[in-house]
Design a protein around this ligand. Structure first.
Ligand code: IPE
Ligand code: IPE
Ligand code: MG
Length: 252
């Protein structure tokens, strides 16, 4: 048992009671709305991104505490390079800072940190920090936090196809070995259960190229809350709604 009854009561305060024996194993979040949150407060977008990074820390710790196994967060998409250089630079600086800080703050909390996406085009400094943070947290046994950086679902599939063809050419696998499981094994998320619940705050009702293959049977939860304002109670609301869904996977 990871947490006491006392803390369970604490989480079900304010009438948000959830069934802790039926939690979504894997939650994925599209961390959206930082810019609009900042605009509303007449602050620069970069301040919104910083506030969003703080929300990520809080939500990560909360997920670990209540027993979620995997949390995947969308931090930077393959399309986000279209933004002004100043904003991209600020986001990259923030990611670097987050990964450095995570070593200190989250590793002590038993969180395993992994980065998914095409990191080969990121700066050498970020690439090295990713390797360092992943290595430092790899033997932890708590929540797995996947941070999607330069991630795009289509890019991930293109990459998988290339690697499958390469392995066929090198005789490592044959065409007959290609099936759904095989394709899953060539994705950045290999070995990780598909997300049970995908959360998108900020009011947008789309996937924006996130986990296209993996979301085939995910449950979706949308909210108008901007990511920097997202609180553990909002996550509990999402989990409570999820627990009321009937997941049929095409059956009856
Ligand atoms: C999400 O917030 C962060 C990234 C996409 C990197 P946005 O920056 O997209 O915020 P909005 O959607 O403009 O409010
Ligand atoms: C999706 O948000 C990407 C991340 C949250 C990292 P965007 O803000 O980039 O998505 P669109 O442009 O509104 O679809
Ligand atoms: Mg956005």
């Amino acid at each position: 048992m990871k947490f006491s009854l006392r803390s369970l009561n604490l989480f079900s305060r304010k009438n948000i009671s959830i069934d802790y024996s039926n939690l979504p194993e894997h939650i994925a979040i599209i961390m959206d709305g930082n810019g609009r949150w900042a605009k509303k407060k007449k602050l620069p977008r970069s301040v919104g991104h910083r506030a969003g990074a703080n929300t990520l820390k809080t939500i990560t710790e909360f997920c670990d505490k209540i027993g979620i196994k995997v949390l995947t967060v969308y931090a930077f998409s393959t399309e986000n390079w279209k933004r002004p250089k100043e904003e991209v630079d600020a986001l990259m600086d923030l990611l670097l800072e987050y990964l450095r800080d995570a070593e200190r703050q989250l590793a002590g909390k038993n969180v395993v940190i992994k980065v998914i996406g095409d990191i080969s085009v990121l700066s050498k400094e970020i690439q090295e920090q990713i390797i360092k943070t992943e290595k430092l947290t790899q033997s932890n046994t708590g929540l797995l936090l996947n941070i999607a950086i330069n991630y795009g679902g289509r890019n991930e599939l293109v990459n998988a196809v290339k690697n499958i063809v390469k392995d066929i050419n090198e005789g490592k696998i044959s065409v007959d070995d290609i099936n759904e499981q095989c394709i899953s094994n060539y994705l950045y998320t290999r070995g990780i259960k598909d997300p049970d619940l995908i959360i998108r705050p900020s009011g947008e009702l789309r996937l924006s190229n996130f986990l296209l293959w993996q979301s085939a049977y995910s449950e979706f939860w949308f909210s108008n809350i901007y990511w920097p304002d997202f609180k553990p109670k909002d996550l509990l609301n999402a989990i409570r709604d999820y627990q009321q869904r009937d997941r049929r996977f095409g059956g009856v």
